[in-house]
Design a protein. Structure first.
Length: 373
């Protein structure tokens, strides 16, 4: 029987992996080489550094999986050198990240009384999350520009723009991985110099990795009175946040943009499928058998769905102000990791079916991800 060690914050592990071996949960930030020395399979989240040091005492490990999109916590060359199979969960929580961005856009639009359909959005990084954001922006009729030199070079046929052009949009949304080497390294992509070129009326959103923005440079710019609107889900040096920066943000959250229940559960499901493939067995469990119905799963229109109704529906499923309030009130009480650990259930737009009857539900709602009944 295999020993499967998994991060305690990974949902539905018993449902997916229960039949494949003995299950042992661990705390992602505290786990050490001794604790996992007899693991055959190791399933982690982004807070566990998987490297030679962690695996040093384990002679039998054959599979490492991370239920995340980001892989900057994994020493992949080391795993390859030891012939240890590896899988991440590309795209698992991309819809969740996109819905975070859309909710934040609606909230900032209401706060500053801006018609969001008149804004331009610059998306830096046009992979899974950036693409999902662009699809939802297109549904809202919002103009967007993509910057992704790597995809552009690889022959992706979408229209791409320079970083400079994209950073000049009304709203900037960052969706790059954290990389520290190479021509397109993203560590401090927004450094003091690039930040200083932003205009006070721009909005800057980030839900990728904290280190992509130089947080100290951002803080000193805000302390000097720069008006930039800030939506920060990720922070340099998590779980230690540069606390003075929080008061300058419009929305601040604890790295939960990808934390819809569907997003987290998809991560577990993708690792289950990858392990099945590694073991050459057929997967038998699917997400639809595991996910519960949403608390509110149906909404009946009693008038045509206009933009006011659309915004109400977006906020009904996910209002990012809830997570902002939790962050501001709980950070010093329970800490960054515990906010994430105790994250309340959040569902994706697709969990809500709109019953339109004689009214016009509009294609826009469907394109945003809601279901039409
Ligand atoms: N906050 C959260 O909860 C959350 C959730 C999911 C992902 N993430 C983070 O977001 C990152 C992006 O996720 P994804 O699913 O879109 O990843 P992805 O790999 O699908 O896409 C990232 C894209 O960024 C591009 N890129 C790399 N360097 C670039 C640069 N210098 N300039 C412009 N583009 C560049 C790549 O070519 C790629 O297309 C992940 O690596 C992860 O770190 C955070
Ligand atoms: O990379 C990702 O997929 C996201 O950042 C994800 O939300 C990380 O979540 P964690 O593993 O830290 O719980």
């Amino acid at each position: 029987m295999m020993n499967i060690y998994y991060d305690e914050n990974m949902p539905y592990v018993a449902d997916f992996f229960g039949g494949m071996g003995q299950l042992f949960p661990f705390a992602g930030r505290e786990v050490d080489a001794e604790q996992i020395s007899n693991a055959d399979v190791l399933l982690v989240r982004s807070i566990t550094q998987v490297n030679q040091q962690l695996l040093a005492r384990n002679p039998r490990i054959q599979f490492v999986g991370t239920a995340t999109i980001g892989v900057d916590h994994i020493d992949q060359p080391y795993l390859a050198s030891k012939n240890i199979a590896f899988s991440s969960a590309p795209g698992c929580n991309a819809i969740s990240v996109a819905e975070y961005v859309i909710s934040a856009l609606v909230i900032c639009g209401e706060k500053y009384q801006r018609d969001i359909s008149e804004l331009s959005v610059g998306i830096v990084g046009a992979g899974n999350t950036g693409t999902r954001v662009s699809e939802k922006l297109a549904a809202l009729g919002i103009e967007y520009k993509l910057c992704d030199p790597l995809l552009e070079r690889s022959g992706d046929e979408r229209q791409f723009h320079s970083l400079e052009d994209v950073l000049a949009c009304d709203v900037i949304s960052l969706h790059v991985p954290l990389t520290r080497e190479g021509e397109h390294a993203t560590y401090h992509l927004l450094d003091a110099n690039k930040l200083s070129r932003l205009k006070p009326e721009q909005w800057l959103f980030t839900a990728c990795r904290g280190e992509v923005i130089d947080n100290n440079a951002l803080l000193s710019m805000k302390q000097q009175g720069h008006g930039l609107t800030l939506v920060l889900d990720v922070w340099e040096g998590e779980p230690n946040v540069l606390q003075p920066l929080i008061e300058y943000t419009d929305i601040a959250t604890a790295h939960i943009a990808g934390y819809s229940l569907e997003g987290k559960a998809r991560g577990t499901e993708m690792l289950y499928q990858a392990l099945c493939q590694h073991l050459e067995i057929d997967p038998t469990i699917t997400l639809d058998k595991v996910l519960p119905a949403a608390e509110v799963s149906e909404f009946e229109l009693t008038s045509d769905a206009d933009s006011i109704m659309r915004n109400k529906l977006i906020k009904m499923v996910y209002d990012v102000r809830r997570d902002d309030a939790i962050f501001r009130s709980q950070l010093n009480e329970i800490g960054f990791d515990n906010i994430r650990k105790t994250y309340p259930v959040r569902r994706e737009f697709s969990s809500l079916s709109i019953k339109a009857g004689e009214y016009n539900a509009s294609q826009q709602l469907m394109d945003l991800g809601f279901k039409l009944k």
